[in-house]
Design a protein around this ligand. Structure first.
Ligand SMILES: Nc1ncnc2c1ncn2[C@@H]1O[C@H](COP(=O)(O)OP(=O)(O)O)[C@@H](O)[C@H]1O
Ligand SMILES: [Mg+2]
Length: 279
């Protein structure tokens, strides 16, 4: 039994081994005044897929940017707490150094370079590497995403699904220990969501890459993750195994029932406080 709010270090995902990524009670402020994350904690065990779920505006992207160091580019900063990765503290470090330590973020809205080909985009992903295996890894990416090999034109002409595949492929080219994915399902048809998530699972299994998966599509995310965290207004309000979250009545009602933006807040739910103790 865990309760993230009162016991940030005892999250459900922690297990016995030290997690690869540990976000401990962080606060994030934009422009020196806008407080967005208010004591957020989460753990990602090595080799796991962990889902970070929540409605629009909850602070999911901010959490990923705090981890990847990209907050700096938006005048944001971690003002309290700490972020540990692979045994060392990484909050406050430049984004490029964080990439070199093994974390690669796939940004929301698949930011690929549209006036370059897929191949050129993939080579860009390998910019931190000096080894000679880049070509072999390009073949590996094409094995996961055969369509990218067939489509030799500019990436801007790829379909939404193909662009998402390219964004993930580019992340793989950095040979990261961990990938942060920001809403890979966004804008994709249900069929494509299935296809992309099946490949995410396969990549995790084959390569052992640890994945922190941010989603509004809780159903898709919990189908591949082992653990999940649900956040609201800059805090984790619930966490547990993917199975326990899928079976949780409140999660069903608010995140799996297709309520969309009509959903109410967990905090206004009478049953929430009682139920969360059982997760
Ligand atoms: N660069 C920024 N400057 C100021 N406020 C921001 C910035 N980016 C995001 N926010 C605010 O932080 C909150 C959380 O945003 P975000 O992390 O993008 O949420 P999510 O990804 O869950 O939709 C929102 O209220 C948003 O307006
Ligand atoms: Mg976002």
């Amino acid at each position: 039994m865990t309760d993230t709010l009162e016991n940030p270090r005892m999250s459900a995902a922690a297990g016995t081994a030290a997690p690869l990524l540990s976000v401990r009670n962080i606060e994030v402020v934009y422009d020196d005044v806008i407080l967005v994350l208010r004591g957020l904690s989460l753990d990602v065990p090595k080799g796991a897929i962990v889902a970070l779920l929540g409605a629009n505006g909850a602070g999911k992207s901010t959490t990923l940017k705090a981890i990847s160091g990209l907050l700096k580019t938006e005048d944001g900063a971690v003002t309290r707490g700490e972020i540990m990765f692979d045994g060392a503290r990484i909050d406050g470090i430049d984004p490029e150094k964080i990439v070199r330590r093994g974390i690669f973020q796939v940004m929301e809205g698949r930011r690929i370079v549209s006036d370059m080909t897929s191949l050129e985009n993939l080579k860009l992903g390998a910019f931190t590497r000096s080894d000679r295996d880049v070509n072999r890894d390009i073949e590996m990416v094409f094995n996961y995403f055969p369509r990218l090999k067939e489509r030799t034109g500019l990436a801007g002409y790829l379909s939404g699904g193909e662009q998402q595949m390219l964004a993930i492929g580019r992340a793989l080219m950095a040979r990261p220990k961990m990938i942060l994915m920001d809403e890979p399902s966004m804008g994709l048809s249900p069929l494509l969501v299935k296809e992309v998530f099946a490949i995410i699972k396969e990549i995790n299994r084959d390569l052992g890459v640890t994945i922190l998966l941010v989603e509004q599509n809780a159903r898709a995310a919990l189908s591949v993750a082992s653990h999940g965290y649900i956040m609201e207004q800059g805090k984790v309000v619930l966490d547990g195994t993917a199975d326990s979250l899928r079976d949780n009545e409140d999660v069903k009602e608010f995140y799996l029932g297709g309520a969309g933006d009509q959903r109410k807040s967990f905090k206004n739910l009478k049953s929430f406080k009682r139920r969360k103790r059982w997760l």
